[in-house]
Ligand binder design. Structure first.
Ligand SMILES: Cc1cc2nc3c(=O)[nH]c(=O)nc-3n(C[C@H](O)[C@H](O)[C@H](O)COP(=O)(O)OP(=O)(O)OC[C@H]3O[C@@H](n4cnc5c(N)ncnc54)[C@H](O)[C@@H]3O)c2cc1C
Length: 296
């Protein structure tokens, strides 16, 4: 275990402070032991996947942050089943599945997170259904590891019922046999569509707000509402709403988490004022800060 470990570089937006404690468990046993230690010492825990939907408080995290390593990042095939460590990167799992002629995980090519982070967040893209191919997950807690069915994970739009001390250490996907060349072609076209729609090569955590269910949104996405409310390109300190996709916040230089939060608050305020719609953050927070609420 390391002390005062900087977390910014473990996130895609590259902001935030250090964790009091940091560890890289390489097996389910390591992970359970760390979680048991934290429980005994009453230390909060937080797992960092690829940090691709994560905002760390500027003064850091007064707890144990963990990043899965070793066997917990492996991707293996058993027949048409793909078995992934919770820390395996979803785009590489999707590419491996394609190489093995396994179809069903193609949507993962555009989600720059881990298998565990995708389960926790119920990640999806272009209609690909994580829940439709997820066979089971192994969840490790201070008490050890248990297998859970997708039906017990409480999936709703961009969320599950997993708490911070319930870590997805393995996930199995039930895929179908297909032609590797065709699956690779699907991956290439998905990557192309993504390049057209979203900025690339920037420091961001993807979608900032969830698409609202509120009928006052009249079916518009969070990005469309932000754009109509004049947020495209709007900046605060080193953070700004992307010119290409208004629901993406980018770290344009030396952004702090406080800059990002202030910008999010301004986006929420404008959308609330203009449309009466309260945008809910999609991005997860590690540390002791909150996204300021919309005013009015
Ligand atoms: C450019 C870009 C494009 C994106 N496109 C999409 C998209 O199309 N669709 C989509 O759904 N998302 C998208 N995202 C958001 C993000 O990639 C997903 O939410 C992803 O599932 C997060 O996984 P992660 O491993 O990075 O999790 P992190 O961001 O590291 O963490 C997110 C949350 O999951 C928890 N967590 C992480 N690992 C585990 C684990 N093993 N067990 C339990 N909890 C865990 C964390 O504690 C935190 O609460 C995009 C992000 C970016 C930067």
């Amino acid at each position: 275990m390391t002390r005062d470990y900087p977390l910014a570089r473990l996130t895609t937006v590259r902001t935030g402070g250090p964790a009091d404690f940091f560890a890289r468990p390489e097996s389910q046993e390591d992970l359970a032991a760390l979680l048991a230690w934290a429980k005994k010492e009453s230390v909060p825990v937080g797992v960092v996947g690829s940090g691709s939907n994560l905002l760390v408080a500027d003064d850091g995290f007064r707890g144990l942050a963990m990043k899965l390593g070793g066997a917990l990042t492996e991707v293996e095939r058993e027949g048409t089943h793909l078995r992934c460590g919770g820390g395996a990167r979803l785009p590489s799992a999707a590419a491996k599945a394609a190489g093995w002629g396994l179809s069903g995980l193609e949507f993962g090519i555009n989600i720059p997170g881990t298998a565990g982070g995708a389960v926790r967040m119920n990640a999806n893209a272009y209609g690909g259904q994580l829940a439709a191919v997820l066979e089971w997950v192994e969840v490790t807690t201070a008490a050890g590891t248990e297998r859970r069915d997708p039906g017990s994970l409480g999936f709703v739009y961009r969320n599950s019922n997993l708490g911070p001390a319930e870590v997805v250490s393995r996930a199995s996907f039930a895929l179908t046999a297909g032609d590797p060349d065709e699956i690779r072609a699907t991956l290439a076209s998905m990557r192309g569509r993504r390049r057209e729609a979203q900025p690339s090569g920037i420091k961001t955590f993807g979608s900032t707000f969830k698409n609202p269910a509120d009928e006052r949104a009249e079916g518009r996405s969070a990005g469309q509402l932000l754009e109509a409310a004049g947020c495209r390109g709007l900046g605060h300190g080193g953070a700004r709403f992307s010119e290409k996709h208004a629901n993406f916040v980018e770290n344009a230089g030396q952004a702090t988490t406080a800059d990002v939060l202030a910008l999010m608050a301004e986006g929420r305020r404008r959308v609330k004022e203009r449309f009466g719609v309260e945008l809910e953050p999609e991005v997860q927070i590690l540390g002791d800060v909150e996204v300021p609420g919309a005013v009015g």
